[in-house]
Structures are given as structure tokens and as C-alpha cells.
Design a protein around this ligand. Sequence first.
Ligand code: CA
Length: 392
Amino acid sequence: MTTLVVPTDDLYGLQNLPYGVYSVPGQEPGVGVRYGDHVVDLARLLNDETFATGSLNPFMAQGRARWIAVRAAIIEALTGDVAAEAVHELDAVVLHLPIEVADYVDFYASEHHASNMGRLFRPGSADPLSPNWRHLPIGYHGRSASIVVSGTDIMRPAGQRKDPADAAPVFGPSTRLDIEAELGFVVGTGNPMGQPIPVAEAEEHLFGVVLFNDWSARDIQAWEYVPLGPNLGKSFACTVSAWVVPMLALQAAKVSIPVQKPAVLPYLALDRVWGLDIEIVVEWNGQVVSRPPYASMYWSPAQMLAHLTVNGAPTRTGDLFASGTISGPDKNQRGAFIELTWNGAEPVDVNGRPRTFLEDGDEVVLRATAPGPGGTRLGFGEARGRIVPNPP
Ligand code: CA
């Protein structure tokens, strides 16, 4: 037996306990919880076969009462003696995609991001937001199979692009590869077809939060998106963090969302505080270039889930919906390089070089922290990805 000591100011103390899937050489993957710089195997810690598998889905499917009971059991077990064979050091394990992703939807919930994109692409319009933007959380359906875990290399996508000045489209590797710093929300238990999830019941269904980088090829996107929205400019890869921070750990991070005007339709009206004070950091080749504040997001995750299902669409365990690019009101809070560099017109300094879009070999890392109880803070791990050339 062993005793694990993690200081109270650690980002991964008892206030956090994010879930992940790990493996060590010669063993099948299992579900673990991060405690300090340890990864504790939950099948062994709790003597529970639910966790002796390579995904969080079986546990998530058991529902919120089990999520609450297991979290309490983990806290109790970690504060006593722990079987030594249940404990691994973080740097000795391989981390895997923590969930089997079912459906994936990407929203567009930041007023600052949507306004900046409107100013860039519809410069003549009186209102940078489209007429529907304040009435519903806009989203599109993405490709769940291309969601990869932090640390996976990202091959530069190829596709069609056409500059407005060109007579015809050309084909080749994207020349305007970008990031979108977002959060992803994991649906633990879904809804049957025809039975929408009201905002008041979103808490019952939402299991946790991951960091989410929606890699975006702006040149492919600009040519393809009219009139049906994003497709191949987005579907080549999204990077998620290896750790899922439980919603149960985020009570102290709850803040009011910005005032919504005009008032939303009743099915989108919130009955409780649903904003989240999560501070994101974007690193480009090791240099911090942006600090997007999640607290500034106009639409809340409860409203996104209610809207996603209001037509009767079913959701399933492992469904993932992302927030859309997180951008605050200030320039150094913009969560995509197209905004940060104003479509390339205002390069940013990265390690002494003026930069606009991503070059082969560039690495981008998203990190985040949020308030926990009693003045503590929670970490979200990282969402890391490096661009490799196409062809490799
Ligand atoms: Ca996005």
C-alpha cells in the first residue's frame, strides 16, 4: 500500500479528479483518474470492472447518480492507503482518446468571435452578426471519427481553394491553416428520439469538459461553405485533451452568462447559473499568444444541448458538442489566428518572427484553468498538436 500526497494548490488535487484512459506497456488500456502527477487505475482503486475498459462510455452511461457516488468513493479512497499497483506516474503512461465519440456538433457561441468573423467576411453589413445569431446557438454537424487525442500529429489538409481574383479553383495543401480554441462538452447520457432535453435537465446529461482545438483550413472553408456550411475545411482533425474534467468539479467555476438581448425563446431560458469561468491559454511554438476567457461566451452549454435536441433529435453517450471559438473583447483574447492577425493583415510576433497562419512543424497547445472550492484551481491538461507536411 502507498499514501499519495498532493498539495492543495496542485491543479489536479482532490477538487479536480479528471478522468482519462491510459495504458502502460504490455497492458490493455483502462480508465484512470489524475491525482497530482499520478494516474490512479479506477478498476483497481474501486474494485469495479466498469473501469477495466478503454473508454469512459460504460461509466458515463450509468448516469449522474453514479457519477456523484463514484466521485465521492474516489475522494475517500485517495485520502486513505492506496494499493501500489493501482498507481502510475503520469510520465510513464500513454494517454488515449478518453471517450468513444458518438456524434459531434460544433457551435458558434462567442459573440466576439462571430462579430469579428462578420466584420472580416461581410465588411459592408450594418450588423456583423447574422439575423439569427442572438436567437439560437448556431451550429453544424462535424466528423466524430477525426477527433484525436492531444499529442497526435496533424497532417496539413489538402483541398480545393479559389481566391476571388482567380478564374478557377486549384487543388493542393492548405496555405491558410488555423486553430480554433474551444471547449468540448461530453454528453454522459443521451435522450431518445422525440424527447428533447430541456435546459433545466441539462445538468443530468452533461458529464464533463475537454479542451478542444478545431483545426481549420480557411482557404478550403472559404470556397466550400456557401450555402451549406463547413465541411472539408474542418473535418480533417480536431484535437481534444486527454482528461475529461467532470461537471461535478466545476461548481465553483459557475458564473452568469452575459445578458441575452433580445430575450430568448422560452425553451432556451435558463433556470440557473450556467456560465463557466474557465481561462484558456493558447501557446504557439511555446509562446503564449492569446488568453480567451470562456466566461465571455454568449450561449451556455445547457442552451446548446437544449437547442441540439429541441427538434426531437436523439443524443447518445459519448456525444460531443464544442462551443465554437472562444474570443473575448480584447485583441489578445482572440481564439483563432484569423482573428488574432485580422486575416493575415496584422501578423503576431512568435519567437521574434511575424506570423499569420500555421507552417509545417508549428506546434499549438491549449491549456486552461478554472476556480475550484476554497481558493483552489483546476487544470484541464493540454490539447497539443503539431503540423506535419502534406505529403509527409
Ligand atoms: Ca469551430
